[in-house]
Design a protein around this ligand. Structure first.
Ligand code: 13P
Ligand code: SF4
Length: 349
């Protein structure tokens, strides 16, 4: 067993020797033992933008999940290689929309609505889904620009199909003034559109996917906090269910949550509904504020957590030795169309 200090030394060593040839972006949900080595920390939008701008690093070791590493590969040049320290670091939400299901859904929706739909996908999706969306004139969105992108989509088409997170889609459309009665849910397992009213009225088609972390925050958690701490502000991520967002004081992307707590006065009280590694870090960074998790028995995102110090050290050393493990390479024809979807977002973000 390698001690933590030895592992940290190995990571530090590779970073020093490789210098700017190596770039190490880290998502805010990563463990402390990993994020301490990140060259930049960010939410998915910021990390996508920084990967697109970086032209120095020949190796990008992505401390996040698989779809983020794919996005980095799509946005960087051919001679830049992207690695994921543990290939098992997927995202259960991204896995809820596979390309075959999506193509089937699209055919069915085309027969119901004709050419009136703009597909949008949350960046938390596979490269194949981004490519499908790019081919069909649509764009990606992240939690920080979802409103902007949904508004744009409605300037182009009468309806949108929002993949794969029904909650982000519903919360975003709701904030833009679209009533819930105009939203339908596509069930990819039953291959069926769930909608009670007149099809003509459907404005938003939500893919039936969710984040297994954020879906665990409940109305009960909110009631409990309101009861125990009447002065507490509740802030949640828009991947939470509609009813949870509705009862909270504020909702926004990872970045919005961090900025809001930073700007909050000393002594203020906050219950945060997002991933635990991030909540714990925010708690540590603000000893002058009273901060708790909206659900204290919450687990961190298990796939984010698969990136740990041993995998990071192992991956970095394999790259330095010239025998790299875990390269993420998106197929050319998939990458070309996925990039169109990403570029449509990055132009407007
Ligand atoms: P953001 O980084 O866009 O807030 O997304 C949250 C998330 O679930 C990432 O996996
Ligand atoms: Fe996927 Fe949710 Fe984990 Fe983000 S927090 S990687 S959306 S499962």
């Amino acid at each position: 067993e390698m001690s933590v200090m030895e592992l940290e030394e190995r990571v530090r060593g590779v970073k020093e020797r490789m210098g700017s040839r190596l770039f190490l972006p880290g998502h805010h949900y990563q463990k402390d033992e990993v994020i301490q080595f990140a060259d930049v920390r960010g939410d998915s939008l910021k990390l996508a933008q920084l990967s697109a701008e970086n032209r120095d690093a020949e190796s990008i070791v992505f401390c996040g999940v698989h779809f983020m590493a794919e996005t980095a590969d799509i946005l960087t040049t051919n001679d830049q290689k992207v690695y994921l320290p543990d290939m098992r670091a997927g995202c259960s939400m991204a896995d809820m929309a596979d390309i075959n299901q999506t193509e089937k859904a699209w055919d069915e929706l085309m027969s119901l609505f004709g050419d009136t739909i703009m597909p949008l996908t949350y960046v938390n999706s596979t490269a194949a889904i981004k490519s499908f969306v790019g081919k069909n004139e649509g764009a990606t969105v992240t939690s920080s620009n979802a409103e902007k992108m949904v508004s744009w989509a409605f300037s182009q088409k009468e309806r949108i199909l929002f993949l794969p997170d029904q909650h982000l889609g519903r919360n975003t459309a709701y904030n833009l003034g679209i009533p819930l009665e105009h939203m339908a849910v596509w069930d990819p397992i039953l291959e069926k559109l769930n909608y009670e009213g007149n099809l003509e009225d459907v404005k938003v088609i939500l893919w039936k996917g969710h984040c297994s972390v954020h879906e665990n925050f409940t109305v009960h958690n909110i009631q409990q906090v309101r009861e125990d701490y009447p002065d507490m502000n509740i802030i949640v991520h828009p991947e939470c269910r509609r009813e949870v967002v509705a009862l909270s004081d504020d909702a926004g992307s990872t970045n919005h949550i961090i900025k809001t707590i930073e700007a909050a006065p000393s002594g203020s009280e906050w219950a945060i509904g997002t991933e635990m590694n991030l909540v714990n870090r925010i708690i540590q960074e603000h000893p002058d504020k009273h901060i708790i998790s909206l659900n204290p028995s919450m687990c961190p995102c298990l796939t984010m957590n698969r990136i740990d110090l041993p995998h990071l050290a192992w991956c970095l050393e394999s790259i330095e030795k010239g025998e790299p493990h875990n390269v993420i390479e998106v197929e050319k024809d998939v990458a070309v169309n996925a990039k169109k979807a990403l570029d449509r977002m990055l132009e407007r973000a």
